[in-house]
Unconditional design. Structure first.
Length: 285
């Protein structure tokens, strides 16, 4: 939960720019243009649209993710036939993280849908796709329930799964590999804040480089479905490639990579230090 909070506070403006550029690539020339136009049209608060569902999404996702990561590490130990306390290799940790992400997706998808819709609401109105936007979390939630029912919150579930499962293999793999590099023979638990920040940033960068086109399709499905029925993952993917070209799938990559490094560095730093603090409390009893 602390890791998720640190992640959102650090990276939300870049995440907002990412969603806007993914969903409406023709409106913005680049990251600077997106930031300038957003500030002129909506003000500074425009960068933090969808922060409350983003906080909820990240706290829920990371709480479930790291809890399941521990369980999945035990499952991997059983599969490879080693003792419960045996240290796993970087590759085995990556596999455990990938398994854990499937569970996290179930809590992430509904909150991410609300977040993305709030972030791109202004552009949906400007493009004429919707007449009047819903500017609060509750109004978006109410609109989804009225239009599609509870299952409407799971629009883009398949593309979220397609992003999370392979993405978190690279996320945890990159993080553990980087920690191994910085530890250079010592225990990874002895690493200070700078190596942890850099390792988290590297893990986050690996995730987004690997799955960015999938995330772009997911954002479009979740946002554009406000205006009417949206085709599934393959239909949306093919439409984007045919009408806009392959590069459209990489719209908003620059703010994403900046956010990935900063936000995931903060995420892992908060996670590792809060975990150590809690473990000390447990050991004292």
């Amino acid at each position: 939960a602390l890791g998720g909070t640190a992640c959102v506070v650090t990276g939300q403006p870049f995440d907002t720019a990412k969603v806007k550029m993914q969903t409406f690539p023709d409106m913005y020339k680049g990251i600077v243009d997106c930031f300038v136009k957003t500030y002129k049209q909506v003000g500074f608060r425009g960068f933090y649209k969808g922060t409350s569902p983003a906080l909820l999404a990240n706290i829920a996702e990371n709480s479930v993710l790291f809890m399941c990561y521990g369980f999945c590490q035990q499952i991997v130990r059983k599969i490879v036939g080693v003792d419960r306390k045996t240290k796993l290799s970087d590759l085995q940790n990556a596999a455990a993280g990938s398994f854990a992400s499937a569970f996290a997706t179930l809590v992430l998808c509904p909150t991410e849908l609300v977040k993305c819709r709030l972030q791109a609401m202004h552009e949906m109105q400007l493009s004429g796709k919707i007449i009047q936007g819903h500017n609060t979390v509750w109004s978006v939630v109410k609109g989804v329930i009225q239009k599609d029912g509870p299952l409407g919150f799971y629009r883009g579930l398949s593309s979220t799964l397609l992003r999370e499962v392979p993405g978190y293999f690279f996320f945890f793999g990159g993080y553990e590999l980087s920690r191994t590099f910085f530890a250079s023979g010592r225990s990874k638990d002895e690493l200070g804040p700078i190596p942890l920040l850099l390792s988290g940033g590297f893990g986050g960068s690996c995730l987004w480089i690997a799955v960015y086109p999938v995330d772009c399709v997911k954002s479009r499905i979740q946002v554009l479905s406000m205006a009417g029925k949206q085709t599934g993952f393959m239909g949306t993917f093919v439409t984007v490639v045919r009408t806009e070209g392959v590069l459209a799938l990489y719209s908003g990559l620059k703010p994403t990579m900046i956010r990935a490094f900063l936000a995931n560095g903060a995420l892992f730093l908060a996670y590792e230090y809060s975990r150590k603090l809690m473990m000390k409390q447990v050991d004292s009893y």
